[in-house]
Design a protein around this ligand. Structure first.
Ligand code: ADP
Ligand code: MG
Length: 292
């Protein structure tokens, strides 16, 4: 039998099953036959409630229920499970869109063997997302290319998948957006973008030195989130250099203080993943590996 025939047969069976069900539903109906059947009303309820996935699968699930002599509870459970799954997936897509990750990265994609300096236990602990519950910060430090952004994004996405609201921004964008909102008189409103989510991923702090006003915006963000919600932050500068990143050493130490008060710090010391093929080629040639 061809697949097309199988589909047609199945459609016929489904329609027959639905008709049989309708007939049973209408057995006690006293109104005229123009009255919609229970099945039709059920479809309408599902449409009205915008339960499109359940509406789509209604005929199939009723059919399957009858074939398998399932209880009404089982049929309802399966139908609502389909709707719940669809809603869950839609909400996750919405949270991911809101969070604006520049690229999709996962913890599973991260090659731990390439980065032996990284403590697997620490990473495994972070992947449980307890840091989000405990409002702990995660600070990822290290030279370019070692996977700081990858891990920060992967932790953010894992939290998003677990149901948390998260948001990604580069430090430079955060500062620029707050500064321009400030000039428009909407900084308080804009700040909510950075204070609202359970996890704020701030990428690339310290790539460019920050002036006094910029440092102040970082301070505002850090102190508002302090002990309320997690920050996952990446920087290519060690804390010792932060005095140079921020124009004002007092603000710098106030920021570091709050960030570190309840934080997991991961210092990645390894080689650049971007340069791995180049490094390998250099080593093969007997030359010295270039360290990014
Ligand atoms: P950083 O932010 O530290 O400069 P990235 O996270 O941007 O580095 O990493 C550079 C690229 O290399 C990205 O595409 C990232 O996914 C990849 N990468 C880095 N480290 C690893 C790793 N250990 N396993 C898999 N991919 C990695
Ligand atoms: Mg990066």
């Amino acid at each position: 039998m061809s697949a097309g025939n199988a589909r047609t047969d199945r459609a016929v069976q489904t329609r027959a099953a639905v008709r049989a069900q309708d007939a049973r539903d209408d057995e006690h109906a006293t109104l005229s036959t123009s009255e919609p059947s229970a099945y039709q009303r059920l479809r309408e309820h599902l449409a009205y409630l915008e339960m499109t996935a359940a509406a789509e699968h209604l005929a199939d699930e009723l059919d399957r229920g009858m074939r398998e002599k399932a209880s009404p509870t089982q049929v309802l459970e399966r139908l609502l499970a389909i709707e719940a799954d669809a809603t869950r997936a839609r909400r996750l897509r919405g949270r991911l869109r809101f969070a604006r990750y520049p690229i999709h990265k996962t913890l599973a994609e991260f090659d731990l063997d390439f980065q032996p300096s990284l403590d697997r236990k620490v990473l495994a602990e972070l992947s449980t997302l307890r840091f989000v519950e405990e409002r702990r910060n995660v600070i990822l430090l290290g030279p370019p290319g070692v996977g700081k952004s990858h891990l920060a994004i992967a932790l953010g996405i894992a939290a998003t998948e677990a149901g948390y609201r998260t948001y990604f921004t580069s430090a430079a964008d955060l500062v620029a957006n707050l500064q321009s909102a400030h000039l428009e008189g909407t900084a308080t409103y804009k700040m909510r973008t950075y204070t609202g989510p359970s996890v704020l991923v701030v990428d690339e702090l310290g790539y460019l030195p920050l002036d006094q006003a910029s440092a102040n915006w970082i301070f505002q963000m850090v102190s508002r989130r302090y002990e309320k919600a997690s920050i996952v932050l990446t920087s290519n500068r060690g804390f010792g250099d932060w005095n140079q990143v921020f124009a004002d050493p007092v603000v710098a130490s106030a920021i570091v203080d709050r960030l570190l008060h309840n934080a997991t710090v991961i210092n990645i010391k390894g080689h650049s993943y971007r340069m791995r093929r180049y490094d390998a080629a250099q080593q093969a040639k007997g030359g010295r590996a270039m360290v990014a």
